[in-house]
Design a protein around this ligand. Structure first.
Ligand code: BGC
Length: 454
């Protein structure tokens, strides 16, 4: 299928601060929970840390030139809260502001629109020590940080994403403990934190709108299990949708439905009272309105889905795949149809413009004899997912853009540097960047769109 998107569709790439910046303790930056967590023995594969990462803090100019060469119209990156406010609150670090100013100005020089994520998991350690998201003051601290960001960059940055995947940082950080800060909290505590994160989101949206009249604000959840019909039959389609919109005791925190009901509709999912009873934190009418205020768009991070297949006798199989089906380097199933169904189901439910804020695959890329990095599997992956995205748009979903994850190979959290998601290969020893074959493919795709539209 030929890929053809509208002229106002934004093609982009994405990264996050802790995963690429490095310079973890340079120029007055404060300590984040990730700076602390990576020091704990056994937490990160092979003991890797983000202390240097891709050294983007020093190589931003070269990296922006590569983004320009790639031809993207948009670049999604996150700000390191502690680079801006080392203690999470109070004193601003001018060097941090300077770094992001330089980056933003350089992007604009090449006509690349910045999409800024306020929070991609590197929480200030000073605030964590004061209870983190459990502290009732935490929404106000996020608002304060947002105010500083809006004042510093709002004249040039118009697109903002408040939170990246609240599901994942709460689930892995405070339930499973495999991400920073490595805790195992009770359900009651987790519920309290969801309320504070939701209020923080609401206050941030308000703050951005107050200061930047033409701000475009959204949030970027992961789409949970992204159920899709294995065989596209009526019964499978209905079941997949029901599972997508449903909620269970063991997956609520990870689900998309809990968060989308809360953030996009300002209310708890209908099933919450039954699941949590008295533990469910109360939301006043004002709080619901604050949390659920209208967003300009919603993001969706999508990598893989879970297939749904119901046999003639009614037997339900989840996660069915053809024998020998493709998997990514991380062992995630390649399921392009999840893109179509997740987008379609989401849009029909919430009717709000959407960006795919992350999509891509890890593979164990190597530099070949010819000095190049050949990654045909990534090209197949991206083209198949984009085809399904195009199909969803053709069927009525209002999708404004697509951000490939990730622009550079980077620090893949607890998996360290072993998994590579980039369009650009990073040799972590020399910090040399080598655009992979998928880089050329993506850049040609973007160029071709311009021709198709002429
Ligand atoms: C996160 C990224 C991460 C990617 C691949 C997403 O959940 O937002 O930070 O690198 O998945 O694991």
């Amino acid at each position: 299928m030929e890929l053809k998107f509208n002229s106002d569709f934004a093609f982009g790439a994405a990264t996050s601060s802790y995963q690429i910046e490095g310079a973890a303790f340079a120029d007055g930056k404060g300590v984040s929970i990730w700076d602390e967590f990576v020091k704990e023995p056994g937490k990160i594969l092979e003991g890797h840390t983000g202390e240097v990462a891709c050294d983007h803090y020093h190589r931003w100019k070269e990296d922006v030139a590569l983004l320009a060469e790639l031809g993207v119209q948009a670049y999604r990156f996150s700000l390191s809260w502690t680079r801006i406010l080392p203690e999470g609150t109070g004193k601003v670090n001018p060097k941090g502001i300077e770094f992001y100013n330089d980056l933003i100005n350089e992007l604009l020089k090449y006509n690349i629109t910045p999409y800024v994520t306020l929070y991609h998991w590197d929480y200030p350690n000073a605030l964590e020590l004061r209870g983190g998201w459990l502290n009732p003051e935490s929404p106000k601290r996020f608002q304060e940080y947002t105010r500083v960001v809006a004042e510093a960059f709002g004249d040039r940055v118009k697109h903002f994403i408040t939170f990246n995947e609240p599901q994942i940082f709460l689930w892995l950080g405070y339930d499973k403990g495999s991400h920073a800060p490595g805790l195992h909290y009770s359900e009651k505590r987790l519920l309290t934190m969801t309320r504070h994160v939701a209020l923080a989101h609401g206050l941030a949206v308000q703050e951005l709108r107050r200061q930047i009249l033409d701000a475009r604000v959204g949030y970027a959840p992961t789409c949970g299990a992204a159920y899709y019909p294995y065989e596209e039959t009526e019964v499978n389609i209905r079941k997949a949708r029901k599972l997508t919109n449903g909620l269970e005791k063991d997956d609520w925190l990870y689900s998309s439905s809990f968060w989308n009901e809360l953030i996009l509709k300002g209310r708890y999912h209908l099933k919450c009272t039954e699941l949590f009873g008295e533990s469910l934190p109360k939301l006043t009418k004002e709080e619901s309105d604050l949390i659920g205020q209208k967003l300009d768009f919603c993001g969706m991070n999508l990598y893989q889905g879970c297939s749904v297949s119901i046999a003639e006798d009614g037997w339900l199989t989840l996660g069915k795949q053809p024998v020998g089906h493709a998997k990514t380097g991380m062992g995630w199933s390649v399921t392009p149809k999840a893109m179509y169904w997740a987008v379609k189901n989401f849009y029909e439910e919430y009717q709000i413009p959407l960006y795919i804020t992350e999509n891509g695959m890890s593979s164990l890329d190597v530099i070949s004899e010819d000095g190049k990095v050949h990654d045909p599997a990534r090209i197949v992956y991206l083209s198949e997912y984009l085809e399904q995205l195009q199909r969803a748009i053709q069927d009525g979903a209002d999708v404004k853009g697509y951000f490939q994850w990730s622009f550079l190979d980077n620090f893949e959290w607890e998996k360290g540097y072993t998994d590579r998601f980039g369009l650009v290969y990073v040799d972590y020893e020399s910090q040399k960047r080598i655009p992979k074959d998928s880089f050329t493919w993506y850049s040609e795709l973007i160029k071709r769109q311009k021709h198709l539209q002429e």
